[in-house]
Structure formats: C-alpha cells, structure tokens
Unconditional design. Structure first.
Length: 212
C-alpha cells in the first residue's frame, strides 16, 4: 500500500502486547483512509524489557497497572467493536509468529497474518506459541505453512528478528505498539491517529517545498 505524497509510517508491534492488538486490527483501514503507507515492523518486547531491567511485562510486575490495563482493554474493545477474551496465559510467546512476520513484513499477506495471530491470542484464547496453532492460521490463509515456518526457524529467520529487535532498541522504542514517522516516535495505541496525522502533514510539507 503506497502513501499519497510519500506519507509513510513504521508500525512496531509485538504479538503478546494487548495494546498492539488494538492497533493491528485498526491500522490498515485508518492508514488507507489517510493515504499513508504502513511499514510493518514486528519485534520482541522481551529483550527491550531486559534492557530496562525488567524480567516480565510491567503489567505483571505492577499488579495495579495490570488490573487497569485489562479494564482499559475491555472499554477500548467495546469502543472499537473488537472481541476480547483475556488470554489464559499472559504474555504469550509470540516468537514464531514474530519470526514469520519479520521475514514476510513486505509481503501482501502481512496485515492479514498479523490480524489472524492477534485474534487467535486475544479473541480466541489460542496459544500462539504453539507451532500447530500458527500453522493452522497460515493454512487458513492458503499460505505454505511448512515452508514459511521452516524459513522462520532457519538461522537467517532467527537472525532477522534479532536484528529488527536490536534496531527497535537503537531507535529508542521501549514499548508496543510504537509508530515512527521519520525521526518522530509515537508510543501507544492512543497515538495511532496522531502518528498518521504527522505522516500526512510531513508529506504535505515536503510537497510544498519541492520546486514546481
């Protein structure tokens, strides 16, 4: 999906992230309406949290924060018309899905795949860390599940996700979802619309500066 006037947004997401679920399910429609190209950037929050001195999700480390988050998710899912089933394990292991998404982030199926994984985790309470669950999602999309999983589990597939996660840390990304427009970082599902507006304004400014 190309953005009008070169408007572009990097979308950094994590499959175990509750608020990433909200943005994954909304970003493509909103970006298309705004004329912004979405560059999908799956990564892992675990190494990011470790770099900050956390060994678990802050929603687990700080129980009041976790209780607030789940109630907030209920309110927001009702607002957006999204189903929500609190996962029986949180956070779930999104490693395999992230490796597949990282390798396929420029493929036309990336948005559908990310939405399928998020729905499996946060709507259907499926264990997205299980190989057979991910394979079933790929099969349902008529994609070559075994080939994509084998590629994701190859040395190159593992290295690609490590490199992308390292890039997130280098960019100063500390949570998910995050949106990057040029050098500007926007954090949180509630900043998605702001990031899209910044992308379109930035593209319009470039257009005005170009010689006629």
């Amino acid at each position: 999906m190309g953005g009008a006037g070169g408007a572009r947004l990097e979308f950094w997401l994590e499959f175990a992230s509750t608020y990433s679920y909200l943005s994954v399910m909304r970003v493509e429609a909103l970006a298309a309406e705004a004329g912004v190209e979405v560059a999908w950037r799956p990564f892992l929050l675990g190494p990011v949290f470790m770099s900050l001195g956390w060994n678990d999700s802050p929603f687990n480390i700080y129980p009041p924060k976790g209780r607030y988050m789940w109630r907030d998710m209920e309110r927001l899912c009702a607002r957006y018309g999204l189903p929500l089933t609190r996962p029986s394990a949180f956070p779930r292991n999104g490693l395999l899905a992230a490796r597949i998404a990282c390798r396929g982030q420029s493929e036309p199926w990336i948005g559908d795949f990310c939405r399928a994984v998020m729905a499996a985790n946060f709507a259907d309470n499926q264990d997205i860390g299980e190989r057979q669950v991910v394979a079933a999602l790929l099969d349902a999309m008529a994609l070559p599940a075994e080939a994509l999983i084998a590629d994701a589990e190859s040395d190159a597939g593992k290295a690609a996700l490590r490199k992308q996660t390292d890039a997130a840390i280098e960019r100063g990304i500390f949570g998910a979802p995050s949106f990057v427009v040029g050098e500007e970082l926007f954090w949180g599902n509630d900043r998605l619309e702001d990031a899209l507006a910044w992308a379109t304004d930035r593209a319009a400014q470039r257009d005005r500066q170009q010689p006629r």
